[in-house]
Design a protein around this ligand. Structure first.
Ligand SMILES: [Zn+2]
Length: 388
């Protein structure tokens, strides 16, 4: 795909990550945004991409938890070509940056996954998210319990060794030694609590060590309870923490998510997506277990939720419908907040001069995606890829 060195995109509504601009335009030079302002102020003759009437332009979606897409499970195929299929599958639904997520697996698989992300040639993969393997045996979800373990010296090396790629790990604080989280954070790895039975106090200690994330809040963690507040209360009291929300109407009752939004922590929409997103298969296998798709749910034979078939455009739409938040707020949960959580808030998650031109164009009522730009390169959404 080619495009002129300088071009502009105009829309009836441009959401810049915090404010909505009517009849506005964004000027792009190479891969970056150089200006945002009134459509009427654009120079005559500039190459212009105009969105259809009433359609919106917003920062591209950033998904910090993507296990698969396009009929590929990252655990099964931790290679750059497989990642390209996953990225393409999610791009159809507005995602312009994702964290390739590896479910608890062997040390060898973890190294292969890290290499795959390191060697991924495009821009759509922001880094790697290791979901596990230092998780609670009491809250495995669909993780294979045989892969859950305590960290070894070799594991520590993987997380603290210098690397050009962004690393995020979901762990259970009660499964790692005191000081482990601090060491990871010092090395630049982001740490999120998940699949954990940590108490309120253990969670507070983890936050003091530098933990800043909570993976799919409410699911696979000690529940919120009258005399046992656990990690959920600790999360919602912390203004310096972000929590992942799966807004599919299945993983968490919307009333609980509305409650979470009244806390001090910062929400991010995640999909926790499995291979069916942007793929054609309605069944896949996860550690030798068959998982079937029913609506946006992925269920194993025992009825346990095994990730989702949710895409980001549906997550944004559900966020507006189920959680009573304005579309602009839902959009910030899908871009600005995850960008900031990942430490990329100075270059992604906003439409502003100096930011990379990662953008999504969509019809706002159904959040139906027209197409996306990644680093200034437009890709139309293929026909039939509209949100379900
Ligand atoms: Zn999980």
């Amino acid at each position: 795909m080619t495009r002129p060195k300088v071009c502009a995109v105009a829309a009836d509504a441009v959401f810049d990550g915090s404010a909505l601009h009517r009849h506005a335009a964004v000027r792009i030079e190479d891969d970056s945004i150089t200006w945002i302002g009134s459509r009427g102020a654009l120079p005559v003759g500039i190459s212009l991409h105009e969105l259809p009437d009433r359609h919106w332009l917003a920062p591209g979606f950033i998904d910090t938890q993507v296990n698969g897409g396009g009929d590929v499970l990252f655990n099964d195929d931790p290679h750059p070509a497989a990642l390209a299929r996953i990225v393409a599958a999610h791009r159809r639904y507005g995602t312009t940056g994702l964290m390739a997520t590896l479910i608890s697996d062997t040390a060898e698989k973890m190294r292969a996954a890290l290499n795959a992300v390191q060697n991924f040639p495009g821009h759509g993969v922001l880094g790697i998210h290791f979901e596990g393997p230092f998780l609670s045996q009491s809250k495995p979800g669909v993780h294979d319990p045989t892969h859950l373990r305590l960290p070894s010296g070799e594991d520590l090396e993987l997380f603290v060794s210098p690397s050009p790629i962004l690393k995020l790990i979901t762990l259970a604080p009660e499964q790692v030694p005191r000081g482990f989280i601090a060491e990871l954070v010092k090395a630049g790895t982001r740490v999120s609590l998940g699949h954990s039975m940590a108490s309120y106090d253990e969670t507070k200690t983890a936050i003091e060590e530098g933990l800043t994330g909570f993976t799919h809040l409410f699911n696979a963690m000690r529940p919120l309870s009258a005399r046992d507040p656990g990690p959920i209360a600790a999360a919602l009291e912390c203004p310096a923490a972000w929590f992942g929300m799966i807004v599919d109407g299945l993983h968490v009752d919307p009333a609980m998510l509305r409650l979470a939004l009244r806390g001090k922590a910062r929400p991010m929409l995640v999909t926790d997506a499995m291979p069916p997103v942007g793929g054609g298969q309605r069944e896949f296998s996860l550690f030798q277990r068959r998982v079937r798709v029913q609506g946006e749910a992925c269920l194993d034979a025992t009825g346990t939720l095994a990730g989702t078939a949710l895409d980001m455009s549906a997550a944004v739409r559900n966020c507006v419908r189920f959680l009573d938040v304005p579309l602009t707020t839902a959009l910030s949960y899908a871009s600005f907040e995850p960008a900031t959580f990942l430490g990329l808030g100075d270059r992604l998650g906003r439409l502003a001069p100096g930011y990379r031109a990662d953008m999504v164009a969509f019809e706002p009522n159904e959040v139906r995606v027209d197409g996306t730009w990644i680093a200034g390169i437009w890709d139309a959404c293929p026909a039939g890829a509209i949100a379900r």
